[in-house]
Design a protein around this ligand. Structure first.
Ligand SMILES: Nc1ncnc2c1ncn2[C@@H]1O[C@H](COP(=O)(O)OP(=O)(O)O)[C@@H](O)[C@H]1O
Ligand SMILES: [Mg+2]
Length: 410
């Protein structure tokens, strides 16, 4: 640790506190996360999920772990430094982000997620605090809860931060998987538009209540597994009619609504995968060539240095191995300045055969018409039973407990 000059405290999360520091030799700015727990052996450190996952992931939209240091039984992770997290940049804003800014953030988050899922890991704690921003570049961080996609069910840890927790986790599905990350991304996307959390549940039952108040009560048709899970615990979903997302998020374009609607499907298998989400019309505005989804990412198998976690640095390949005509660079804000005409065609997702996670995704075929934003809509917003961001009690963003269900049993 003598090699670093610590400056300012930048974060205090669940498992560690994060300090900004400078490398004395190179003057490079880094973020050092000191774990709260003590570690008495190196082996214990190396086996940590965060280390195991991050040493295998090398992508421009995933935070880079540069070094792991154990000193006096304290464990430190040295990361590349980022200016802020997404929550910090949202909380002080009163003016909404431009749509191109949101599109750019979403694009990068989904790229990071698509890569991570393709590499066989799902994150399980996607939330604004874990998405880091440096100028226009966004990176997924905090892999403390990451799991292997191929891990055998049952998964009995019902984790993730409540407001971003997928319904199947709330309903204690024993085999939830990577679609939980897509749910969270949908919720985060809505929050980027409204600058308010969409489902700020004050408890697990309240979380389900808020979800149902927007999506409507789940049915046998749209989520048969959910009905089974509910029946298994003798739980009755609260009764609500659906409130269309366009009434709650009036500043989102129809393509954005279409993407959010599909990401926030009750049934995890009906949500698009991260790669499929990147193919949505939302990301095809002003693009003259298809977005490369089957990128040849650098192969961590060949780059990782097996028994040397303290030297994780690997080359970044920003070209992604392929050059389309239009290169949606990381950190480049999307075109265009004016919106092109909205597509009238029903959207059919293209199936990506390289996708690891099977999905029967059937995104909604209706692209809402641009004329939807009318006075009638404003009335609907006023009359909506649930307004995003409204919660009966204030809920702390940090330290939201996870654990055994608080679902009422009738
Ligand atoms: N590389 C980084 N650069 C800048 N800030 C960071 C970095 N890593 C973490 N932080 C800040 O510290 C907070 C907590 O870090 P995180 O890795 O999420 O730990 P925890 O597991 O404790 O939540 C983040 O929300 C973010 O604000
Ligand atoms: Mg965190």
């Amino acid at each position: 640790m003598k090699r670093y000059k610590l400056s300012k405290m930048i974060g205090d999360g669940t498992y560690g506190s994060v300090v900004r520091a400078t490398n004395n030799e190179t003057q490079e700015l880094v973020a050092i996360k000191k774990m709260k727990k003590k570690y008495f052996s190196w082996e214990e450190c190396v086996n940590l999920r965060e280390v195991q996952t991050l040493k295998k992931l090398n992508h421009p939209n995933i935070i880079k772990l540069k070094e792991v240091i154990r000193e006096n039984n304290e464990l430190y992770f040295v990361f590349e430094y980022m200016d802020a997290n997404l929550y910090q940049i949202m909380k002080d804003r009163d003016k909404p982000f431009s749509e191109s800014k949101i599109r750019n953030i979403m694009y990068q988050v989904l790229q990071g997620l698509a890569y991570q899922h393709k590499m066989g890991y799902f994150h399980r704690d996607m939330k604004p605090e874990n998405l880091l921003i440096n100028k226009d570049t966004v990176k997924v961080a905090d892999f403390g809860l990451a799991r292997e996609i191929r891990a055998r069910p049952p998964i009995t840890e019902y984790v993730s931060t409540r407001w971003y927790r997928a319904p199947e986790v709330l309903m204690r599905s024993p085999n939830y998987n990577s679609p939980v990350d897509l749910w969270a991304v949908g919720v985060i996307m809505a929050e980027l538009y409204t600058l308010r959390p969409l489902f700020p549940g004050t408890s697990e039952p309240d979380e389900i209540f808020k979800i149902c108040s927007v999506l409507g009560t789940p049915t046998q048709e749209n989520w048969s597994d959910g009905m089974r899970l509910a029946a298994g615990m003798n739980y009755k979903f609260p009764k609500f009619a659906q409130t269309p997302l366009e009434t709650l998020i009036p500043n989102a374009c129809p393509e954005a609504i279409q993407l959010m609607t599909d990401l926030m499907k009750y049934d995890p298998i009906k949500r698009p995968t991260a790669s499929q989400a990147l193919q949505y019309p939302y990301f095809q505005i002003g693009i003259s060539a298809p977005i490369p989804v089957n990128n040849k990412y650098p192969n961590p198998q060949t780059q990782r240095q097996e028994n040397n976690v303290s030297n994780i640095s690997v080359q970044q390949d920003n070209s992604m191995g392929r050059k389309p005509q239009f290169v949606p660079q990381y950190g480049v804000v999307y075109p265009p300045k004016s919106h092109p005409p909205y597509p009238n065609q029903p959207f059919q997702p293209r199936f990506n055969p390289e996708e690891q996670i099977p999905s029967n995704s059937k995104p909604s075929s209706k692209a809402p018409s641009p004329s939807a934003k009318t006075g009638r809509q404003n009335n609907l917003i006023k009359n909506a039973r649930y307004m995003p961001g409204q919660s009966t009690r204030t809920s702390p963003r940090k330290g939201i407990p996870t654990g055994p269900s608080g679902i009422p049993v009738k």
